[in-house]
Design a protein around this ligand. Sequence first.
Ligand code: BES
Ligand code: MN
Ligand code: ZN
Length: 498
Amino acid sequence: MDISVKNQEMTTALANVIVLGIFEDDKVLSYKQQKIDKALKGLISNDLIKKEGFKGKFLDTVCIPTQLRIPSDKIMLVGLGKKKDFDCTKLRELCAKVIKQLDKSLNTKNVSMELLGLECGNFDAQACASAMTEGILISMYDYDKYKSKKTTAQIKKIRITTDDTKEEKLAKLGINNAKIVCSAMNFTKDLINEPAQTATPEAISQIAKNLSAESGLTFEVYNKKQLSEMNFNAFLAVGQGSEQEPKFIHLAYKPIKKAKKKIVLIGKGITFDSGGLDIKPANSMLTMKTDMSGCATVLGVIQAIAALKPDVEVHALSALCENMPSGKSYKQGDVLTAKNGKTIEVDNTDAEGRLTLADVLTYADELEADEVIDIATLTGACIVALGQNITGIMGNNSEMIKNIINIGKKSGETLWELPIFDDMQDMLKSDIADMRNTGSRFAGASVAGRFLQNFTKSKNWAHIDIAGTAFIDKPYKELNKGATGVMVRTLTNYIMSL
Ligand code: BES
Ligand code: MN
Ligand code: ZN
């Protein structure tokens, strides 16, 4: 699907459908819309608004033939709701709905859309075109790799039209940025949706290597023997029950100019989480191929960053392994010495993510970054607390967390801060080691965060829990069910904002 901006008046557009937005509180059509209405001999004002009673309620749509009064075949009016409530989040959702609807209607290959809702004044043409492009591209994602019958979109061309050269320039920027971020999201979603059978630590490290070659990133991969020498003992314990060899990958983007900041991203990379000897019930195991979503996210972000080229140095790290029960598995009661020397008594082999992240956080210390952000499908408790559409965030720097939350809001992704208190460490007390890997069943997401804090020296550390949001079983706004690519947008935009 080709999306671009075109400098033209809508009345001259040669498309199957032209799409116009109407606000609920609009008493009169906008100047541009009046022009189109005139060319249509009152089709909008008289037939659609007066006779059909179209009110402009958010997500309402009507579509009618133009009766050859202008070159395009049909006109679609979409409701934008109240002006004061309209924002980019609404716009993404709306465009997703519109494009899905149009793609199903007969003979629709070319679509022209105005910069929808721009006149509300809540955002500029760049943000508008970017949100429209995101809504369209995100909603058109489909994982059909293993289906005999592939889905192809009927719509081939979308023109976002404006007759203002300044808006045209801004829209072009918005569309290009959105395309980069959406292709990174698709890459992330494909990785998450891929079965654990093929998305092994070895295979994902090969994909990361290919990505680095294509994007001009540096790449290093470490095998079991090397990791053992590097003291990744907590990580290796998690992977030791599996037939798959664990891998640790380190990608880096370095700007040509002197970097303003150095950021480390860490993604949880459990390619399958059976729970280990604390085996999960069958139902909970069903989606555990997605337990490497954090890894897929940081790979997506660094792909986007390589294309957007900010003056920020970005590292993407992930420790990849499977958590499996076997005669070689790590066991309840085992004591592991993490890379930073702290000892951990294994209380539950299903709390494996934090063990793998612990060693990577310690490795990250050596990079002496300005900020460290880890992202993980870490706790069921986070899903209980926030559901499938809100991502949990916590850490040791409230300013940094606030900034990420705000960027998330603009990016169409909701994050909510959960607390970490020092005395939560008491819940992790062990009789024989420095700590255990789990607490009680209370405050699970926060206690997991408290555990991680033992392994970073960074003063600017944030932990993002995407257990609920990485993979959803019901569509939400522009997102289809399945892998969401959540946090690719937020983290990319956050790095671009530094
Ligand atoms: N990968 C899971 C968390 C998870 C659950 C992700 C559901 C996505 C959907 C994690 O490794 C896990 O098993 N966590 C345990 C921790 C517990 C044993 C303290 C959990 O949340 O039940
Ligand atoms: Mn687990
Ligand atoms: Zn897990």
